[in-house]
Design a protein around this ligand. Structure first.
Ligand code: FES
Length: 105
């Protein structure tokens, strides 16, 4: 078995407006693609606290607030910004390639 990582294409960058997020399912993963000031970041979509979907959360700058209980995460790093969340988000190495948002898996 090889451990080689590969990039997969998620969507056209134009599908994710600035300051917004889009939910996508790919390769068995449920992901949130964020556009923060024209830079793209991809995290797991599921809140680490419960059933919240972060692509439906409120985005302020590079922070997303879960719309279930108000916990918040840094979109760039996945770190918890506010409780009740305590477990960071999984984030993915992301790049733009030919207008597509890609992540390394
Ligand atoms: S499910 Fe997200 S803060 Fe509780």
């Amino acid at each position: 078995m090889s451990n080689t990582c590969k990039f997969i294409s998620l969507c056209n960058a134009l599908e994710v407006p600035q300051g917004a997020a889009v939910k996508l399912e790919k390769e068995g993963l449920t992901l949130a693609v964020f556009n923060v000031d024209g830079a793209y970041f991809v995290t797991q979509d599921a809140c680490t606290h419960g059933l919240g979907s972060l692509s439906e959360g409120d985005i302020v700058g590079d922070v997303v607030e879960c719309n279930f209980h108000g916990g918040a995460f840094n979109i760039r790093t996945g770190e918890v910004v506010s409780s009740p969340c305590s477990v960071p988000l999984k984030i993915y190495k992301t790049r733009l390639q030919g207008g597509s948002v890609e992540i390394e898996i």
